[in-house]
Design a protein around this ligand. Structure first.
Ligand code: NAD
Length: 240
């Protein structure tokens, strides 16, 4: 059996139609897992699902009833990757309640709710993997992102708490914290800002979604069975 083989496992990747989520879904599929992707854009979901040989379930994670439906339709999942995430950037002093609540609802509440719904099946099997995609900014801060940073720092704390509770059931809970990665999320950053960030990255360049996906594949595998409550940083040396 090859390293990090996931044959026989079922994986659910939220926000799996594009960007980092798509790369993760592809990587887990290449490792042999059955993959389910979820997201809001049905056309993109259909296209990505067909491209990589995955199932898809459309669900808007800002709506708790749709989170519950997603869990129900997905069924027994072995590997849950809480990847879907949004930003609504702006200086804290001018931040609206909506900008705060929208980000917390998708990045934190939905991931927690989905985890709670899918955990019993993992616990019953004495095997499970929960991988939360956090962010470098939860560790080093950033201007204009208090809502986003709070959501990612909270998911990091959630990861540690749950990891302690569930380790004896063979379920690991970890974070992967990407640095700056080439996706739609970073494509609208002004060129000046991109150059400034690149100067702060030891590798001098943004990362690719595949760099993040490789870490997720490892944490999802049997080989990573003794790693839990951890954060794997994938940031080209921007934060150590
Ligand atoms: P992206 O914007 O390209 O993709 C985000 C995904 O989340 C999309 O598939 C989208 O459909 C899904 N999504 C958004 N709102 C949703 C909702 N309400 N319901 C269901 N799905 C929803 O972003 P990305 O760069 O691929 O980011 C993926 C994850 O990585 C996010 O959690 C993000 O915070 C994190 N991250 C990204 C970077 C980066 O530099 N790109 C850095 C650190 C962390």
């Amino acid at each position: 059996m090859s390293f990090c083989n996931l044959t026989g496992k079922v994986a659910l990747v939220t926000g799996g139609s594009r960007g980092i989520g798509k790369a993760i879904a592809k990587e887990l599929r290449n490792a042999g897992a059955e993959v389910i992707i979820s997201g809001t854009n049905v056309d993109a979901l259909k296209e990505t699902a067909a491209e990589i040989g995955a199932r898809y379930i459309a669900a808007d994670l800002s709506d708790s009833a749709q989170v519950d439906r997603l869990a129900q339709e997905a069924g027994a999942v072995d590997i849950l990757v809480n990847n879907a995430g949004i930003t609504r950037d702006g200086l804290f002093i001018r931040q609206s309640d909506d900008a705060w609540n929208d980000v917390l609802r998708v990045n934190l509440d939905a991931a927690v709710r989905l985890t709670r719904a899918l955990l019993p099946a993992m616990s019953k099997k004495n095997w499970g993997r929960i991988i939360n995609i956090s962010s470098i900014v939860a560790h080093m801060g950033n201007v204009g992102q208090t809502n986003y940073i709070t959501s990612k720092a909270a998911i990091t704390g959630f990861t540690k708490g749950l990891a302690k509770e569930i380790a004896r059931k063979g379920v690991t809970v970890n974070c992967v914290a990407p640095g700056f990665i080439h996706t739609d999320m970073t494509s609208s950053l002004p060129e000046k800002m991109v150059e400034k960030f690149k100067e702060a990255i030891a590798a001098q360049t943004f990362g690719e979604p595949e760099h993040v996906a490789a870490s997720v594949r490892f944490l999802a595998s049997d080989e990573a069975a003794y790693i839990t409550g951890a954060t794997m940083h994938v940031n080209g040396g921007m934060y150590m």
